[in-house]
Design a protein around this ligand. Structure first.
Ligand code: PGA
Length: 239
């Protein structure tokens, strides 16, 4: 695991964008694994700038997103479908047909999880996976637990996650209680992973990545088993 400590959020975003851009330049039809939440917003802004000035091209890029609330309408401004369109897809020259997100509108969650895994398996596999990290160490919506899932599945959000995400909603009661999420196994299949962490509230979760232990009670620690992970964090998150 390589750790890059940046001065602040902006520097972290630029550093992450350089790595994603290098991947996109090396392989025009790269498959990107994308994350939502507040942390990757700066990275997406950097990628939009690079695309607008012709430095990177999304025309052959394919994407898979980590997760989506369930159930949720695509029109809901808190859906990750909406988030991705607002913050990246509508701002770059990506073909919407090349983007895939677990479908929060699917009538059958189990069938949708199976469809999603099949779509990832039928692709050439994620070249670079962008990850955030929860204060409790979750990656995607894989919450701390005695048992983790390898594949895409429906997850019940923990109180900690509901509270952390309530900042995006009017009331905590409005935060969806369930999500469809890639499993830890699906995430670990990516050839390269970059995990972004910013701010003091991520300090405990990041500290757990710097020692030698692995626990399902901090799902991000499983990344220690992957051979190409870069943690890019700011000084506040590193502490
Ligand atoms: P955040 O969420 O980027 O909004 O902090 C990260 C996460 O919960 O995985």
């Amino acid at each position: 695991m390589k750790i890059i400590v940046c001065k602040d959020y902006d520097e972290m975003s630029v550093e992450a964008a350089k790595i994603v851009a290098a991947q996109m330049k090396e392989k025009k039809d790269s498959i990107l694994g994308l994350a939502t939440g507040s942390t990757p917003l700066g990275l997406y802004n950097e990628l939009v700038k690079m695309n607008q000035c012709g430095e990177i091209d999304f025309s052959e890029i394919k994407t898979f997103n980590l997760d989506e609330y369930y159930p949720i309408s695509h029109k809901d401004d808190q859906s990750y479908y909406y988030f991705m369109n607002e913050n990246l897809f509508s701002r770059v020259n990506i073909d919407p047909a090349n983007t895939d997100i677990p479908n929060g509108e699917a009538p059958d969650a189990e069938a949708e999880c199976k469809r999603y895994d099949a779509a990832i398996d039928a692709s050439a596999g994620v070249d670079i996976q962008i990850l955030g990290i929860g204060q409790n160490g979750h990656i995607a919506f894989n919450e701390a637990s005695d048992v983790l899932h390898a594949n895409t599945h429906q997850e019940t959000l923990t109180e900690n996650t509901i509270q952390a995400n309530s900042r995006f909603f009017e009331n905590e009661a409005d935060v969806p209680r369930h999500a469809l999420t890639m499993g830890v196994g699906s995430i670990m299949k990516a050839r390269k992973i970059i995990l972004l962490a910013s701010g003091k509230n991520k300090r405990d979760a990041v500290r757990a990545l710097t020692d030698d232990t692995i626990t399902t009670q901090n799902p991000a620690t499983l990344l220690k088993l992957h051979k190409d992970v870069i943690i890019i964090c700011d000084e506040e998150a590193m502490g």
